[in-house]
Structures are given as C-alpha cells and as structure tokens.
Write a protein that binds this ligand. Sequence first.
Ligand code: HAM
Length: 426
Amino acid sequence: MAFQIPRGTQDVLPGDSEKWQYVEHIARSLCSRYGYQEIRTPIFEHTELFLRGVGDTTDIVQKEMYTFEDKGGRALTLRPEGTAPVVRAFVEHKLYGSPNQPLKLYYSGPMFRYERPEAGRFRQFVQFGVEALGSSDPAIDAEVMALAMHIYEALGLKRIRLVINSLGDLDSRRAHREALVRHFSNRIHELCPDCQTRLHTNPLRILDCKKDRDHELMATAPSILDYLNDESRAYFEKVKQYLTALGIPFVIDARLVRGLDYYNHTTFEIMSEAEGFGAAATLCGGGRYNGLVQEIGGPETPGIGFALSIERLLAALDAEGVELPVESGLDCYVVAVGERAKDEAVRLVYALRRFGLRVDQDYLGRKLKAQLKAADRLGASFVAIIGDEELERQEAAVKHMASGEQTNVPLGELAHFLHERIGKEE
Ligand code: HAM
C-alpha cells in the first residue's frame, strides 16, 4: 500500500526548499533591520488559550482547530495562529517587565487549520509573523505595515495592495455593534444560518460572510468608520498620516473586519493583484489587539502585529513571474578515475569542504563520462579530475564548466585556486 500525504498539507522538495530558505532569510534579515527579535513557541498549546485568545465565536475556534487529548487527559490544540501563543509567552515570562519596550518579536513556523483545502488554502501552512507589544504609538502601526510591505518588495513583488481599516476602541465597537444589530435584526432570516448565529454572538463577523457577501443588506450596513469616537478617529488619522509620510500607498476598506476576535483600532491586509491569482489573494493579515494581553492574564499592554503565509507569498511570486536569486549547485565536483584516485578524492572532497567550498563526488562507481554528466546536472562551476597520471604529479585537471577552459592545479593549491576563481565569479 502506498501512503499519501494528508489532505491540505504539502511536501517542500529540493528545488523548492531553496526558495523557502531564501524567503525566510530575507524576512528574518528585514526583521532584524527593524529591531525585531525571534521568538519560538511550541506547535501545540492548551486549547483554552485559543478559546480565550482567538475568540470562541470565530470560525477558527468553532470549525478549524486540530484539538486532541494527550495521554494525561489535557486538551491541547495544534496552533492555528501565532499571536495568542506569543502573548502567552509574553505573559508567562513576564516580558512586560523587560527594559526593552516595546518588545518587538517575530516568528516563523507551521500553523494548522481544518479548512476546506483549495488553491492557497492549506491545513498546515507556514506563517511568518511579527508582534510588537507595549506601545500604542500609531507610528508603530505604520512600522509594522511598512515591514510587511518591505518584505514583499524586497522579494520582488510589485502587484500588492495594502488595505487598512479601523475597528476603533471598545466604545466605538460597542456603538457599531448596536447599529449592526439594528440594521440586520428585522431581515436576519434572509441571511445564512451562520450569520443568524453571529447576530447574537459577534455581529461584526456578518460583514465577513462569504455566502451573503452580495446581499443588499451588506452594502447598506453601517460602516465602522462612522462610529469611531474622537480618540479612535484621531488615532486612525495619525496612522494614515504616517503611512503617507513613508510613501506607502494604501486603500481604506471599512468592511475589513478580519476573522479573529482580538482586534481593535488598526486592521490591515495585503492582497495580491497579480492576474489570475484567484481567491487566496490575501497574502498577509494583521492589526492591533490592545485587550489581548489582559485577556490572557497579563497587565494591560497594547499590541500590534501581522502574519503572512509563505505558501501564498511564493504563489504570488510565481504569478508575477519573479525568479528568486536562489543559490544552488556546487563549486566543484571531484571526478575520480581508478581506485587510487578514488581514495584521494574522498580525502580531497572533505578537505575542500572544510575549507568552505561546496563540493561533491560520485558514490555510484560511475565511469568518467557519467561522472562529468553528474557534475553538470548538479550545476558544478568546476570539475577537478584525478586519474592515475594526475595522481602521479599530485595535480588535478580542473575544468571551468561554463567556458570549458582547463588548467592543471597542484592538489595542495586546489582549495585556494577554487576559492579565488569562485570569488571572482560572484
Ligand atoms: P489570519 O488572517 O488568520 O491572521 O492569517 C494571516 C495570514 O495567514 C492570512 O492572510 C493568510 O495569508 C495566511 N493563512 C491563513 N489561513 C491560511 C491557510 N489555511 N492556508 C494558507 N495560508 C493561510 C492571523 O493569523 C493573525 N495571528 C495575524 C496577526 C498577527 N494579527 C496580529 N498579529
């Protein structure tokens, strides 16, 4: 019986894994440029954390969590997102007491959601995210959005759009919530069963319904932006002003409510506008969550962050035809002909690797011609051929694959020779 990968998951094979590494490398180095440090949290947490953190009326909690009981009878859940775990760690390790405030963190790792798999939607996917905890300066909202946009731009994406909204503070949300209930109550039976439930649990989420998106009640629904109190309005103005000052274009969408409960004030998404990109166009989502640290048992601490999916990022790069400058191939393939040469090759390959070069050799007892073919397939810049004659003279016949140019190089100088030549090529 042949085994198959579980639905909604994927293998990243060589050829693609280099792209993943490259993307993660760029994202990490930009995070460090912006003053964010890495945090790593477990892949599973107590289920209760997500009920509290993500919100028990959200789709994630109600339909999508991978929850299980361990052998000790604990309810655990494979993390569906990274914000609640980061906040849990922030509270548990009392990082709010650290002199570095705001605390700026980033993470990268697999998340799990039991969703219907389709293009760009997986059951295990990798999020790269940041969380800035401890500041309610609108400049940090702008910084977080700038960082997300910077990551995409550094990778070569051009057709991306930043969409922002404000959900306001608790008071504004309450006023808007009441207006939504008034708006939908009389005709709620025209909407789907989920919306009918949401009317009582979380009416804001009605605006995010995929099924009833085109119902006329949606277009006429009260806009949160009309319910922002003065403070929330001033905060949003300042965020927009900073984005403008940074030269980052954005559009405002009052219906951007996001799928998690912890948001207030700024929310945002980054979409791909590449042709034919389809439904999973949201590359990145984030926002401010000023009540979450308290909800999870810590002191009142504001926070803001985002998470982007690497799968969707790579798909967007594909859709825009961007080739990543990924490093593959070898500096040198050592070709040995004959048993004595083979013994020398084993030693030489190790020495070259210790020197810092990317080197490989044949392990299948192939003939000269087949070894040269292998070197070519592996993208070697040079081959170093050793046969009996070369061995006698303690030399290798070194061939530059691109030009065909050939030189004899003493074995003792091979490392330096390759190093110098490869340095020149780069
Ligand atoms: P989210 O919108 O649920 O937010 O997810 C963020 C991003 O993860 C989405 O924009 C999307 O690109 C990607 N994503 C979500 N579900 C899937 C899936 N099934 N397959 C592939 N990609 C997916 C959060 O998770 C928040 N924790 C973001 C955040 C951080 N807010 C504040 N800080």
